[in-house]
Design a protein around this ligand. Structure first.
Ligand code: C2E
Ligand code: CA
Ligand code: CA
Length: 272
């Protein structure tokens, strides 16, 4: 009885969030923030990951970890991705013009989108209409989403990749352990999951997994970035092992465009 009662409550909660999410875009409750990704060696900003934020008028901030899965199940994920992707491309174009043309933008793509419509056409049309350089855009995909939809994903991602868009594997090491997809499409970057980074010094296995991922990526000529880096010790370990890029609170939390522009501005004046 307790179990059914709990399930009923969760379902009802999901339905309420779904109902409000449908209105959130029109009501301008959604925003995005950008988290810098930096070069592990010289700490220069190389790009950003765009992350969605929702401020609900009554509930306050709702985490994307909560509402993205609901959006996926409610068939709203394509609309959200389209909005996030367009916003991020326009923002990147602005930063290219004002600061540095080499900056990249990473965008999260839900695995559900391989099943819905033509993700490649959608992505390429936004890139062309916003006028941003395709090779400065990176799609973050999880291992699980690729394995679940391998045929469709291969076709769609190869078509996107042909236009120069980069592909990164998010949360690397936490999904299915099949590495077969590394042969099916040209992967540009592996993103070491933050659970490994955060457990780096809690016993041997996480540090060995991280070392192995970096070694494998180096051997395969795939770039590697670590996420969730919060301490100097984690940074030094990753640097020493040959990790290319770093993302995490140690350098910056996800921030608004105004704050990011301040971070980028000194390098424009050569002060850094
Ligand atoms: P993710 O793709 O793994 O994103 C990284 C998450 O780690 C973000 O959480 C970020 O704020 C957080 N993070 C970054 N640095 C640190 C750190 O040093 N320490 C800790 N503890 N956390 C750190 P966030 O923004 O709450 O997003 C959660 C998840 O929601 C994302 O995980 C992603 O799966 C999903 N998400 C967010 N925005 C989008 C979006 O636009 N589209 C889709 N499909 N998913 C999104
Ligand atoms: Ca991500
Ligand atoms: Ca991740």
């Amino acid at each position: 009885m307790f179990y059914t009662d709990q399930m009923g409550k969760v379902l009802q909660e999901h339905l309420l969030i779904e109902r409000d999410l449908r209105k959130a875009l029109d009501n301008q409750e959604l925003t995005v923030v950008y988290q810098p990704q930096v070069c592990a060696q010289d700490h220069r900003i190389t790009g950003f990951e765009v992350l969605l934020r929702w401020y609900h008028p009554l509930r306050g901030w709702i985490s994307p970890a909560v509402f993205i899965p609901i959006a996926e199940n409610a068939g709203l994920i394509s609309i959200l991705t389209r909005w996030v992707f367009t916003t991020a491309c326009l923002q990147l174009k602005d930063w290219h013009q004002r600061f540095d043309q080499s900056l990249k933008m990473a965008v999260n793509i839900s695995g559900k989108q391989f099943k819905l419509g033509r993700l490649d056409e959608e992505i390429l049309s936004i890139i062309s209409s916003t006028g941003v350089a395709a090779d400065r855009i990176e799609l973050e995909l999880t291992e699980t989403s690729l394995i679940d939809n391998v045929d469709k994903a291969t076709e769609i991602l190869n078509s996107i990749r042909e236009h120069g868009v980069c592909l990164a594997i998010d949360d690397f090491g936490t999904g299915y352990s099949s590495l077969n997809y590394l042969k099916l499409f040209d992967v540009d970057k592996l993103k070491i999951d933050r659970s490994f980074v955060q457990a780096l010094f809690n016993g041997k296995s996480d540090s060995e997994i991280v070392t192995a991922i970096i070694g494998m990526a180096n051997n395969l000529n795939i770039a590697v970035i670590a996420e969730g880096v919060e301490t100097k010790e984690q940074l030094l370990f990753l640097q020493e092992k040959g990790c290319d890029e770093i993302q995490g609170y140690y350098f910056s939390t996800p921030e608004s465009p105004a704050v990011i522009a301040q971070l980028l501005a000194p390098s424009e004046n050569g002060q850094n």
